[in-house]
Design a protein around this ligand. Structure first.
Ligand code: NAP
Length: 413
């Protein structure tokens, strides 16, 4: 392609897969997409911090072979296409990527590129950790109790996007079908959407959440659903979730009911407690019983609401990382968008992108480097070295630019 080539450094080694598990070499090829708006600034900052953390943790033994691929506006200029097949193929081939935000035009233009990437690669788990860093302004009294990871299903539920306008021929047909076959009378002016939740989709998501909890020694996994009202979608999500815990992880898990009936409320050593909560109550519980929740597994829409609510407790968008993870492929990205009004101004907070990078390092098993990053973020923010989004909520604090903040983080590694 004229003007751009996907070119891993000659010393880079491809990640491979053996028996369904990633094998990470010491010099892995990792793809990155700079993205639009503030994307290039946060991605540059993230790469600098990850390189420094990896060098510090492993000396010269390990190093990331960064390899750029394009999506978004730059891809449009180079390829004439905002999501080139070559980019998707590269992710298929190299397994792991990290991206900056991409523009989604409102009301027209193309559909969300983020959604397209998740769909094309079947990245079915949207993973969103939220934790507190000392000094971050928070609306609650005990933000230090927040340490939760949401596993949100990424392919079903309302995200499947199956819906029709009220006045479409499809909606007419469905109304007629429902009336004739089931005697269900819908209003003539009702738009219609479908909410599919399958056993397959639920189990692979919950399996990932439970495996994560076991491997990271997390105390519990909570299934969040609205099964009291939607019994065969949300309720089934809960039932299939318990089933997967019992049938595949019986040795490592107990239910909350067993905890009280058999163990008098004392969690036996090494067991993960599986519990469930109705979604509306869950939104209250994260405020009133914050410390009791660790890993949450949710259908798509509940996860959307709950993960934003949790991240709002500990610093909001500038600090909220994420990852979209499939069986072997994964693309990490911050929750925030392209914040176009700040693009090129060197003022935005790159922490969400950096923490997405740390999440990626954990996914690769490079925990030492990830921990260095968490410690550096803690040290930097608690010393009131912050960008304007946080400084404006802190008294008498002069904001750092994006590059000054990145320098401070690296110095604190
Ligand atoms: P946004 O880009 O996330 O920005 C909304 C506001 O959040 C900003 O104006 C700013 O608040 C704050 N903010 C976001 N990121 C920040 C950061 N790193 N540091 C400091 N403050 C930050 O949301 P949007 O304006 O709704 O969306 C803009 C574009 O991004 C749209 O095209 C949208 O589709 C796209 N988008 C992409 C992704 C993705 O690629 N995953 C996700 C969401 C949205 P203040 O104005 O209060 O300073």
């Amino acid at each position: 392609m004229a003007g751009f080539q996907i070119q891993p450094p000659s010393w880079g080694e491809p990640i491979t897969v053996e028996n369904g598990r990633l094998v990470i070499p010491d010099k892995p090829i990792i793809l990155y997409i700079e993205g639009d708006g503030i994307g290039p600034e946060v991605v540059t900052s993230m790469r600098r911090v990850l390189d420094a953390a990896v060098a510090k943790a492993y000396g010269g033994r390990r190093k990331i072979a960064w390899t750029e691929v394009l999506a978004g506006e730059r891809a449009g200029e180079v390829y004439g296409k905002v999501l080139p097949e070559e980019t998707l193929d590269a992710i298929r081939q190299y397994y792991i990527g990290i991206k900056g935000p991409l523009t989604t035009p409102v009301g027209g233009g193309y559909r969300s590129l983020n959604v397209a990437i998740r769909k094309a690669l079947d990245l079915y788990a949207n993973v969103r950790p939220s934790r507190y860093f000392t000094g971050v302004p928070s609306p609650i009294k005990h933000p230090e109790r927040v340490n939760m990871v949401v596993f949100r299903e990424n392919t079903e539920d309302v995200y499947a996007g199956i819906e029709w306008p009220y006045n479409s021929p499809e909606a007419d047909k469905i109304r007629a079908f429902l009336k004739q076959e089931f005697g269900i009378q819908l209003r003539e002016d009702a738009g219609i959407g479908l909410k599919p939740i399958s056993e397959f989709g639920t189990k692979r998501l919950v399996r990932k959440a439970i495996r994560y909890a076991i491997e990271r020694k997390r105390p519990s996994v909570t299934l969040v659903h609205k099964g009291n009202i939607m019994k065969y979608t949300e309720g089934a999500f809960r039932d299939w979730g318990y089933e997967v815990a019992r049938e595949e992880f019986g040795e490592y898990t107990i239910t909350e009911q067993e905890l009280w009936e058999k163990y008098n409320g004392q969690v036996p050593e090494g067991k993960v407690v599986i519990k469930d909560r109705i979604a509306d109550n869950m939104l209250q519980q994260i405020l009133t019983r914050t410390a009791e929740y660790s890993v949450l597994a949710t259908p798509n829409l509940n996860g959307d609401y709950i993960s934003d609510a949790i991240s709002g407790l500990v610093g909001g968008l500038g600090l909220a990382p994420g990852g979209n993870i499939g069986d072997v492929h994964a693309v990490f990205e911050p929750v925030h968008g392209t914040a176009p009004k700040y693009a090129g101004k060197n003022v935005i907070n790159p922490t969400a992108e950096i923490l997405s990078g740390a999440l990626m390092l954990e996914h690769m098993g490079w925990f030492e480097a990830a921990d260095l990053i968490y410690q550096a973020v803690e040290k930097t923010i608690s010393a009131k070295q912050v960008t304007q989004d946080l400084a404006r909520h802190m008294e008498g604090v002069k904001p750092l630019s994006t590059t000054e903040y990145t320098d401070a983080l690296i110095a604190n590694l």
